[in-house]
Design a protein around this ligand. Structure first.
Ligand SMILES: Cc1cc2nc3c(=O)[nH]c(=O)nc-3n(C[C@H](O)[C@H](O)[C@H](O)COP(=O)(O)OP(=O)(O)OC[C@H]3O[C@@H](n4cnc5c(N)ncnc54)[C@H](O)[C@@H]3O)c2cc1C
Length: 459
């Protein structure tokens, strides 16, 4: 591959994994990262401390032979544990096969494991505290700032892979200088991260192998387990508008009353709740749609820099890792930076648009639809149809989370047809025993084609 050297911007999740893929290709990678080395400085308090890792992310890690480095960090989550206001618990499993689970993983832990692996196996040593300030496509220069000395300097693009996250400097330069169209769609909801500490002795206070959800209609609380026995708890709430919004929660009394009203089962388990709430920042979420990710073979956007999405399907990082795998495949297939960058946009954009839409849809499901009796009925029916029609009916959640071989766009398209099938079969019944198997089979066969062979995995 010519040139045989590349500049990577950002040593976050996308940058760290892509650097590993590139090193395996024999490409010399120079990584610049604005922040300090997370292996030496703890910086992530209050900012999405843990993440759900699923099949797509795991597959990409395996392909880069990096999975073993992160496996010890993973806690399986077999389903959602729904918490009603009266404390009633309902467990809804994610899949119906033993391997159909997702994993909670610490964001800083995962980043550190990837950076360690990159350094130990391939000698990649990112240059920390080096921030890109701008980019000039005409002179082919990246303008950098050394955050330690305060000195500015330039680097040739040569080419550049921009993994600099949702606020990407490179994307902004592409918009300003190349006319790339970008839509940044911010939600009018925010999130706040809190802690449910371990019990004395280090045990988890609530079920360890579940993603806990307190769905409350317009808003929700979720909790993901950590290895030290704690849970990271996240409140998703409207920024303003009425008593159930961040704007209404100013004081310790406001916060305590809000949690006591909506989440009474968890309050006694979170002694630092009010203090953390008042100290931690409100995070913003949004979707970034970019119509062109490649800048004439000189630069390409990767991960959130190209397509940040809202977190409600737990797929942002998984989609980023899938990006890395696909870009690696294209570089191997074409042996040419320009061709690979161009094909990368064409191949990935329909899929990242699809997961962006599904992530937004899942917000309604998690905070609202899961409370409806028909939700559980449809979930049960979708497992039954999967058993009766393997290779044809796969629940949409399973296609997204457990089937990396099915592109997001295909999952979305088939998911819509399947939603119609589930709605029609459950319209006038309240148990699947009331639906005749013949009717189930007839409706599925009439509306849903078998999955194309190319999207079936040998499992
Ligand atoms: C609340 C929340 C929960 C989430 N939960 C999940 C989940 O459960 N599962 C999941 O798959 N995804 C989840 N995500 C999404 C996931 O966090 C992102 O998709 C992922 O972090 C994107 O990785 P990235 O490397 O592309 O960008 P980032 O993680 O943002 O990394 C970008 C890196 O570039 C650096 N950088 C930025 N600008 C510059 C510059 N000018 N110069 C040099 N360096 C720079 C940054 O410091 C950073 O290290 C969640 C996101 C949020 C907000």
């Amino acid at each position: 591959m010519t040139p045989n050297a590349v500049t990577m911007l950002g040593a976050g999740l996308s940058g760290a994994l892509m650097a590993i893929y590139l090193a395996r290709l024999g490409v010399e990678v120079t990584v610049y990262e604005r922040r300090p080395d997370s292996r030496k400085v703890d910086m992530d308090a209050g900012r999405s401390i843990n993440l759900a890792l699923a099949d797509r992310g795991i597959h990409a890690l395996r392909q880069a032979e990096a999975y073993d480095a992160v496996a010890p960090l993973l806690i399986p989550m077999r389903g959602r544990m729904l918490h009603a206001v009266d404390g009633t618990l309902t467990f809804v499993q994610y899949g119906q096969r033993p391997h159909e689970v997702i994993y909670s993983v610490s964001r800083p832990g995962l980043t550190r494991a990837l950076l360690d692996h990159a350094q130990r196996r391939y000698g990649i040593a990112p240059r920390f505290l080096q921030a890109a300030r701008g980019l000039d496509f005409e002179s082919d220069r990246l303008v950098m700032l050394d955050e330690v000395s305060g000195d500015s300097y330039t680097r040739p693009l040569a080419p550049l892979i921009a993994a600099d996250g949702a606020g990407s400097v490179v994307r902004r330069a592409m918009t300003g200088q190349l006319g790339v169209q970008v839509v940044e769609d911010l939600l009018d909801y925010g999130y706040k991260e809190l802690t449910l500490p371990a019990a004395p002795g280090g045990a988890h206070q609530i079920e360890r192998e579940a993603l806990h959800v307190w769905p409350r209609g317009g808003f929700m609380l979720i909790a993901l387990p950590n290895l030290d026995g704690s849970f990271t708890v996240t409140l998703f709430l409207a920024l303003k508008g009425g008593p159930d919004s961040f704007a209404a929660l100013h004081s310790r009394t406001d916060v305590e009353a809000f949690f006591a009203r909506h989440f009474p089962d968890v309050v006694p388990r979170m002694p630092a709740l009010a203090r953390e709430f008042l100290e931690h920042p409100i995070g913003r979420m949004g979707t970034v749609y970019t119509d062109q990710w490649s800048a004439n073979g000189r630069a390409v956007l990767l991960g959130d820099a190209a397509h940040a999405i809202v977190p409600f399907h737990g797929q942002g990082m998984n989609a980023c890792f899938e990006d890395c795998r696909e870009l690696d495949r294209l570089l191997r297939a074409t042996g040419d930076w320009t061709a690979a960058f161009e094909q990368f946009t064409a191949l990935r954009k329909p899929n990242t648009d699809a997961i962006a839409a599904m992530a937004l849809e899942n917000f309604t499901e998690m905070r609202d639809t899961v409370r409806e009796p028909k939700f559980l009925l449809r979930k049960e029916l979708s497992f039954e149809l999967e058993r009766r029609h393997p290779g044809r009916f796969i629940p949409r959640y399973s296609m997204v989370m457990f089937h990396h071989e099915i592109p997001y766009a295909v999952a979305r398209e088939r998911g819509e047809i399947q939603a119609g099938i589930l709605a029609s079969l459950t319209e006038h019944v309240d148990s699947i025993a009331s639906i005749s198997p013949d009717r189930m089979d007839a409706v599925v066969r009439e509306h849903l084609e078998p999955l194309a062979q190319e999207f079936r995995a040998a499992r």
